[in-house]
Design a protein around this ligand. Structure first.
Ligand SMILES: Cc1cc2nc3c(=O)[nH]c(=O)nc-3n(C[C@H](O)[C@H](O)[C@H](O)COP(=O)(O)OP(=O)(O)OC[C@H]3O[C@@H](n4cnc5c(N)ncnc54)[C@H](O)[C@@H]3O)c2cc1C
Length: 420
């Protein structure tokens, strides 16, 4: 295939599509149009190292500038794809400045955008959310001035920022509407472990209450009002209450969207000339469950981007790897292998206050594991899942036994369970 692939969005997914096209020998034009005015960069450090140190902007860059020249990838920064006409053999895109770009295939990698709270005061100076490098630079300078930080949301990003702020010696409170931290993604023992860690570090965690508003003094945030009636003083409020996929362009193109651009396992959208990858998509559940799932992670963005590039060239990418994710919250390193939703049993491995692994099973089969400060367990589970194996749940709680020695073929466990 020659011609031009136009990629809307220059994050991990967009970059992965472009580089894979070149790796596969695609000789046509590859053009990334991206809304931000920075070349592709990593988001994970933005809630971690980047807030800590005086890190240079270049430290988060995914590729040096010459990479794009060498690989013949055109990068159009600070521009958005606003619309496109589509036909079976390509189309014509229109950018926000009126520029028109003809393409043979279009790839959407438009990512997601932070949710906000529908309460008064969210637009006050000193109230920030975190998605982009510009947001992180702003947050970092706010942290330089702040003494009392309130983080709204006890999910990954909220807790990472809270840990970083606390490490910088600030007074930190985390407000979580649910009854435990990270309740959307981890089981109760992991939530409790993480809760314990953060409170030991001196972070105050307030559960089961909602923020009802943010108050100002002298035009700046001054306190956060809770539904419980409490008012917490704050000179910085970080809102980390989740993100929603950016689907405006896809919707204007008439593509199927269901809280994300609907793609199949090959990253194909409902139009033959368009693929999509990364946080903007919902995809078939990798565990074969009968529903679409949004997977917001670097691993998914790069793998799905790679798949999209193969699909654009009419080639098969082979099987996808095991989904995995990480979150560094101060000294606490959480690693997740697999997808745990739909589990009916968990096994907890804990031998100290420093380490924990929770394994998730469904009908006796291993689905996933969350490991805290336990990279060996994480690797063992990843390997078991990659090979289509399981880990014997009968012995898995015994921390004296390495998990990798318990990796077993799925049918052997099922057979053993049936024997009285
Ligand atoms: C602070 C933070 C910390 C994180 N930490 C971790 C972590 O520890 N581990 C992990 O696995 N994941 C982490 N993630 C999630 C991970 O970074 C994302 O899942 C991943 O970056 C998604 O990549 P993407 O390419 O799909 O989207 P994005 O990186 O969001 O890129 C999409 C780009 O498209 C642009 N765009 C949108 N619409 C248009 C348009 N119409 N035309 C042109 N451009 C457009 C956007 O401006 C954006 O630049 C973190 C995310 C954040 C924000």
């Amino acid at each position: 295939m020659t011609g031009r692939v136009l990629i809307a969005g220059g994050g991990e997914a967009g970059l992965s599509i472009a580089t894979t096209l070149r790796d596969l020998g695609y000789g046509g034009d590859v053009c990334i149009v991206t809304a931000e005015d920075t070349p592709p960069y990593q988001r994970p450090p933005l809630s971690k190292e980047f807030l800590h140190h005086d890190a240079e902007l270049t430290s988060v860059q995914l590729r040096a500038p010459e990479f794009f020249l060498d690989r013949g990838i055109d990068l159009l920064l600070g521009r958005t794809v606003e619309a496109a006409t589509l036909n079976d053999s390509g189309g014509l895109a229109v950018l926000d400045d009126g520029t028109e770009i003809a393409f043979d295939k279009l790839a959407l990698a438009t990512g997601s955008t932070p949710l906000t709270l529908p309460v008064p005061g969210m637009d006050l100076p000193g109230v920030v959310s975190l998605r982009t490098l510009a947001d992180a630079s702003r947050l970092r300078s706010e942290l330089d001035r702040a003494r009392r930080v309130v983080v709204v949301g006890g999910g990954f990003i909220g807790l990472e920022v809270a840990a970083t702020a606390r490490n910088r010696g600030l007074d930190v409170s985390v407000i979580q509407a649910g009854d435990r931290l990270m309740s959307r993604v981890v089981a109760e023992p992991v939530s409790s472990f993480i809760h314990e860690y953060h409170t030991t570090q001196g972070i105050r965690i307030v559960l089961e209450t909602k923020v009802t508003g943010v108050n100002a003094q002298n035009g700046r945030v001054d306190s956060v009002e809770l539904h419980s009636g409490e008012s917490i003083p704050a000179d910085l409020v970080v809102v980390g209450v989740g993100a929603e996929p950016v689907t405006g362009l896809a919707e204007r193109l008439g593509l199927a969207c269901e809280r994300g651009i609907v793609v199949d396992a090959h990253a194909r959208t409902s139009h033959p000339a368009v693929v999509a990858a990364g946080d903007c998509t919902v995809q078939p559940h990798p565990n074969g469950r009968n529903r679409l799932i949004a997977i917001e992670s670097v691993n998914n963005a790069t793998e799905q981007g790679r798949t999209a590039a193969y699909t654009l060239l009419g080639r098969s990418p082979g099987t996808r790897g095991v989904p995995w994710f990480w979150s560094n919250q101060g000294a606490l390193k959480l690693q997740i292998a697999g997808l745990s939703d739909g589990y009916d049993d968990i096994i907890v491995r804990r031998d100290s206050t420093e380490r924990l692994t929770v394994l998730y099973y469904r009908m006796g089969d291993l689905l996933a594991a969350d490991s805290v400060n336990n990279p060996r367990d994480h690797m063992a589970v990843k390997r078991a899942l990659a090979d289509g194996n399981t880990i014997d749940p009968v012995c898995a709680a015994n921390t004296a036994v390495p998990l990798k020695s318990l990796i077993t073929h799925r049918t052997e466990i099922k057979h053993a369970q049936r024997v009285p």
